[in-house]
Design a protein around this ligand. Structure first.
Ligand SMILES: [Zn+2]
Ligand SMILES: [Zn+2]
Length: 457
C-alpha cells in the first residue's frame, strides 16, 4: 500500500516534471531565450556605450582625416579580441574574429563626419573645428549619425566575441573612412583590402544607417533602395581681361553659366523620363572682383541615377555641351573645358532573400519594432558607397537598412505641426535620440546573428 502510494506519487511527480519542462519549452523558446540574452547584454552595457557614443560625437573628423576615430575603434576591437588592421585606404580599420567553419560576414560602419556647424544644445555637442583639405578652417559635426553607427558596431563586436556559442564563421568589423565624399569604400578596396591584409572577402555584408524616423522603427526593404551617383568637377577655361572689354577676353563665367543651363536639358530631354535622374551644381566659383574677367570657372556637379544608361546619357551630354559652348565662344581647343570624375557609386540594391529573412528575425527578436518595407517607403535619391566593398565579389549579397533615431514624442509633435520630421541628416540640428543607441545595438546583433544562422543560397 505504502509502496504503491510512493509509486503513484513518483509517477505524478515525474509527470509534473515532464509537464513543467514542457511549459518551460513553450514559455522560454530558444528565440525568447536569445531575445532576453541580447536585451540583458545591451542593458548592462548601456552606460558604457552611451559614453562611447558621446565621446565619438564630441570628436568628429572629416573624411580621410579620421586618425583618432580609427584609433578609438581599433583599440576597442583589439580589447574584445579581434585581429585589427589599420591604415587601409588611408584611415580605414578592420577587425577580424574567427570562430570555426561558416560564412564570412562583414559589418560596416562609416568613420567620417561633415563640415557642418552643430546647432543643437546637447550637453555633448561638437564644438570642434578642423582644417579642410584646402586649408580653410571649418566646424565639424557628426550630422549623419556615423557616431551612432560606430557605437552599434562596437557593441555588436563585443557581443560576438563574448557569445561564440551563438554563431560559427568569420566576422569582419569594418570602419570605413570618407563615406560622405563617396570615396572611402573604393579607397579601401583599391588599397588591397582583400588581397594585402589577410582579410577574407565577405559572403555577406550588413550595414545600418540612421534616419529621421522614430526610434523603434527600421526600413528593411527589398530591391533598389538608393540611387547611383557621380561627383564631377568641370573646369571652364577662358581668356581673362578688363571688365570693360569683353570683346578682347573670353569670359569663362558666361561659358560656365550657359553650359550649366544646358545640362538641365540633358536631364529633362535626353534621359529616360520613366527613370528618376538628378543633376545638381553644388558649387560654382570664378574670379575675385567686379571689373576683372577671370580666366577660369569651376563647377562642382553631382549626378543621381538608377539606370546606368541614364548615367551614360548625362555624362556624354555634359561633355558635348562643354565642347559646343566652348566652340560658340571660339576658344582654342586646348582651352576646352575639362571634366574630372571623382567619387561614384552604383545604386544600392538589397538582396531579396536576406531582407526577407533578416526582417522576420528582427521582428521575432525585438518586441514592438516597427518595420517599414518597400511597400511603405520608396527608394531614395540619396546614395551610398557601401556596395564598393563587394563590387568585385562574385556574390554581392548585402542588406542595408535605415534605423529611426528621432525621439518618438518629438517626431509625432513635429509631424502634426509641420508634416515633417524635426530634423534631417546633414543639418546642424541633426541628433540621435539616446534611446536609439540600444535599439541600434539590438538591430546590429540580431541582424548579424540572422545572417550567420540562415542559408541564403
Ligand atoms: Zn551623410
Ligand atoms: Zn552616412
Amino acid at each position: 500500500m505504502k509502496y504503491s502510494y510512493l509509486l503513484q506519487r513518483s509517477t505524478a511527480y515525474r509527470a509534473a516534471l515532464v509537464f513543467s519542462f514542457f511549459l518551460f519549452c513553450i514559455f522560454t523558446s530558444p528565440a525568447q531565450d536569445l531575445q532576453q540574452e541580447v536585451e540583458k547584454v545591451v542593458q548592462e552595457g548601456k552606460t558604457d556605450f552611451m559614453d562611447i557614443f558621446k565621446t565619438l560625437h564630441q570628436n568628429p573628423e572629416l573624411g580621410f582625416q579620421e586618425k583618432e576615430t580609427a584609433q578609438f575603434i581599433a583599440e576597442h576591437l583589439d580589447s574584445y579580441g579581434y585581429t585589427v588592421t589599420t591604415g587601409i585606404g588611408k584611415t580605414g580599420v578592420v577587425g577580424v574574429l574567427k570562430n570555426g567553419e561558416g560564412p564570412v560576414v562583414m559589418y560596416r560602419t562609416e568613420l567620417d563626419a561633415l563640415p557642418v556647424l552643430e546647432t543643437t544644445d546637447l550637453p555633448y555637442k561638437s564644438t570642434k573645428t578642423v582644417l579642410e583639405d584646402g586649408g580653410s578652417e571649418t566646424p565639424v559635426m557628426h550630422a549623419c549619425g556615423h557616431d551612432a553607427h560606430m557605437t552599434w558596431m562596437l557593441s555588436a563586436a563585443k557581443y560576438f566575441a563574448e557569445h561564440k556559442n551563438r554563431w560559427k564563421g568569420t566576422l569582419l568589423m569594418l570602419g570605413q573612412p570618407a563615406e560622405e565624399p563617396v570615396l572611402g569604400a573604393e579607397a579601401m578596396v583599391n588599397d588591397g583590402l582583400y588581397t594585402k591584409y589577410d582579410i577574407p572577402e565577405p559572403d555577406y555584408l550588413y550595414g545600418l544607417h540612421s534616419w529621421p524616423l522614430p526610434t523603434g522603427s527600421i526600413t528593411a526593404a527589398k530591391g533598389t533602395r538608393m540611387a547611383g551617383t557621380d561627383q564631377l568637377d568641370i573646369t571652364f577655361y577662358g581668356v581673362g581681361g578688363h571688365g570693360s572689354s569683353p570683346h578682347l577676353a573670353k569670359d569663362p563665367v558666361m561659358i560656365a553659366v550657359n553650359a550649366i543651363t544646358l545640362y538641365q536639358q540633358a536631364v529633362s530631354r535626353m534621359s529616360n523620363p520613366r527613370n528618376p535622374v538628378v543633376l545638381t551644381v553644388g558649387a560654382l566659383t570664378a574670379g575675385a572682383t567686379n571689373n576683372v574677367i577671370p580666366d577660369k570657372a569651376v563647377a562642382k556637379l553631382n549626378l543621381r541615377w538608377f539606370d546606368v544608361k541614364d548615367r551614360e546619357v548625362l555624362v556624354d551630354a555634359i561633355q558635348r555641351i562643354n565642347k559646343s559652348v566652348a566652340q560658340m565662344y571660339d576658344l582654342d581647343e586646348q582651352l576646352y573645358p575639362e571634366m574630372k570624375r571623382k567619387g561614384w557609386s552604383y545604386p544600392l540594391v538589397n538582396n531579396d532573400k536576406m531582407t526577407t529573412v533578416i526582417r522576420s528575425d528582427i521582428k521575432t527578436n525585438i518586441p514592438n519594432v516597427k518595420i517599414f518595407t518597400e511597400d511603405d517607403i520608396p527608394a531614395e535619391m540619396g546614395s551610398e558607397d557601401f556596395h564598393h566593398l563587394v563590387i568585385h565579389n562574385k556574390k554581392k549579397n548585402y542588406f542595408y537598412a535605415f534605423v529611426g533615431v528621432v525621439d518618438p514624442v518629438q517626431y509625432e509633435k513635429s509631424m502634426s505641426a509641420t508634416g515633417k520630421p524635426p530634423y534631417y541628416n546633414h543639418n546642424g540640428n541633426y541628433q540621435v535620440d539616446p534611446g536609439a543607441i540600444p535599439f541600434g545595438q539590438e538591430l546590429a546583433i540580431h541582424g548579424l546573428l540572422s545572417i550567420f544562422n540562415n542559408n541564403f543560397e
